[in-house]
Write a protein that binds this ligand. Structure first.
Ligand SMILES: [Zn+2]
Length: 195
């Protein structure tokens, strides 16, 4: 009996090893984890929201600082808070392209994932990169996604991340990190400049 059992165990071991290598050879996101999250879309963004996030609060934070004229004009046409958020994010994206004077070719859609708090965001970063971090937000080009939490979200913060999105979609060879940060920070500084 022992003689027959061994190859089966060996085969199972190899199979388990193959599955392990297949799943973890590169950084990736767990699937199924976001099934109970809310989702809605605008022109530029597919937005996912963790259960418990206060969308009215998020909208307030996104319309806090600047460039509110367009929003105010269009505010009446939306009754749903999700539509308001999607519209505001699209509007910010248009403004970011204008400020940078960089217009990436073609249509692209980027994900935005809004966590309840910074802790959840940090946990996600750790799950993806297997390294600790403490960021208000980050953008991962590979996943085409901006990560942020209700705790820290603001129009300035999102404009900064959108700066990264625009730069990464425009240049064939992505500039070095310091240059990318400079460009993204430039957006925040000049968002309210008159045209
Ligand atoms: Zn940045």
């Amino acid at each position: 009996m022992k003689f027959y059992k061994k190859p089966v165990i060996t085969a199972l071991f190899i199979l388990a090893l193959m599955i392990k290598i297949g799943c973890c050879s590169d950084y990736s996101e767990a699937s199924g984890k976001y099934d109970d999250w809310g989702s809605f879309s605008g022109n530029y963004f597919d937005i996912q929201v963790e259960p418990g996030v206060d969308l009215k609060f998020v909208y307030r934070m996104l319309t806090r600082r600047f460039y509110y004229a367009n929003s105010a004009a269009h505010l009446g046409q939306f009754s749903d808070i999700k539509d308001k958020i999607a519209f505001r994010l699209d509007e910010l994206m248009e403004r970011v392209k204008q400020v940078l004077d960089i217009y990436p070719a073609g249509n692209f859609k980027v994900g935005i994932r809004i966590y309840k708090d910074r802790k959840g965001l940090n946990r996600e970063y750790f799950d993806i990169f297997n390294a600790p971090a403490d960021y208000k937000s980050f953008y991962i080009h590979k996943f085409q996604k901006i990560y942020v939490s209700q705790e820290d979200i603001s129009d300035s913060l999102m404009a900064h991340e959108m700066g990264h999105v625009v730069v990464d979609h425009y240049f064939k060879v992505v500039p070095p990190e310091k240059i990318r940060e400079m460009i993204a920070s430039y957006v925040d500084l000049h968002l309210e400049d008159s045209k």
